[in-house]
Design a binder for this molecule. Sequence first.
Ligand code: SF4
Length: 347
Amino acid sequence: MTAATPDSVRHDWAVDEAMDLLALPFSDLIYRAQSVHRRYFDANTVQVSQLLSIKTGACPEDCKYCPQSTRYDTGLEKEKLLEVEKVLREARAAGAAGATRFCMGAAWRSPKQKDMPYLVEMVRGVKELGLETCMTLGMLTAGQADEFAEAGLDYYNHNLDTSPEYYGEVITTRSYDDRLDTLANVRAAGLKVCSGGIMGMGESLRDRAGLLVQLARLPQHPESVPINMLVRVEGTPLAEEAELDPIDFVRTIAAARIMMPQSHVRLSAGREQMDESTQALAFLAGANSIFYGEKLLTTANPAANRDMDLFRRLGIEPEGGALGDRLPAACPRRKVDHPQYYDAARA
Ligand code: SF4
C-alpha cells in the first residue's frame, strides 16, 4: 500500500482538518489549491454550462434563501412546466452560444410520476443536440433516478446547502438525510453527481468546513461541486443577511478544490454580485466551472459577453473548446493554440 500524500484523493476528511485549511494564510491556501488544481486539470480551462428554469416558483419547500418558495412573497412570476419543444429550442440556442452542458431546473419538492415522460423526453432531446444534460428537480426516488439514467441523463444536481448542524436553520421541510438519500439514489443509478452548497446564510466557519467534509466523505466525490454565494432576494427570510466577505468565499473554493481535487468546482449563484477580481481569485483558487448566460434560474447572471471578456483577459479557454471560435482574437491562449486564426485576425 502506498502512503497517501496530503492532497491525494481522500474520503476521510475531518471537520478540524477542513477548518485548518480555511484558516491558512491566504497565499499559502491559494498556492496549495493551485498546486492541487494543476495536478488534475488544465488551470486555464473552465467548463461552461447553461441553466434553464423549466418550472418556476410555487415550490412547497421552505428553503429560506429561495425566491421560488411559495411561502415567501418575492414577486416572482410563476411558470408551469415548460413544453418540451420550448426547452429544446432553448437548448439549441445554448449549444449555438457555446455551452457544452444544459442544466434544467424545476422548483419542486420532487418530480411527480405524471411529469416523468416529459422530463425523459427533454433529456433525450437535449442529448440528441449533442449537449451534456443535467437536471435539478428536488428529491429523486431510486426508480426515478433509474428512469433518467436510462434516458441518458448525465448529471443530477442536488445540493446539501450547508452543514448538518446548521441545516435546520435554513430548511425544515426536508431533512439532511433526505438529501443524502437522493444523492445515493443518483449515484446508484450510475448518474454523475452535482452537489454543493451556499455560503453567506449566517453559517459559521465550522459549518462551511462541515459542508465540505460531508461532500468530501461521500464514497465518490461529486463530479461537480457548486459553491454558491447567497443572493439576498427581497422577500426571503435571508434577505437581510450580512454580506459575505469575498475573501472568505474564495477560501471556501480553495478548500473545496484541495479536498475534492478531481471534481469540477463551480463558481455558481452570486456571481452577478461579485466583482471581476473576486471571480479571478476564485479561478486562481481552483474554480473551473461556471454557468453562462443571463439567468441562473431566477436570479441575474453576468451577461455572456462579460464572461467571455473576463475569460479573454485571464487567458481562460472554455473546456471542450466549444466557445473557441468566439474568443476574441487577442486571447493569449488562442495565440498558442490557434496561431493561424490569431495571425489572420490581426492582419
Ligand atoms: S431551493 Fe428548490 S426546493 Fe428549496 S424552495 Fe427553492 S425550488 Fe423549492
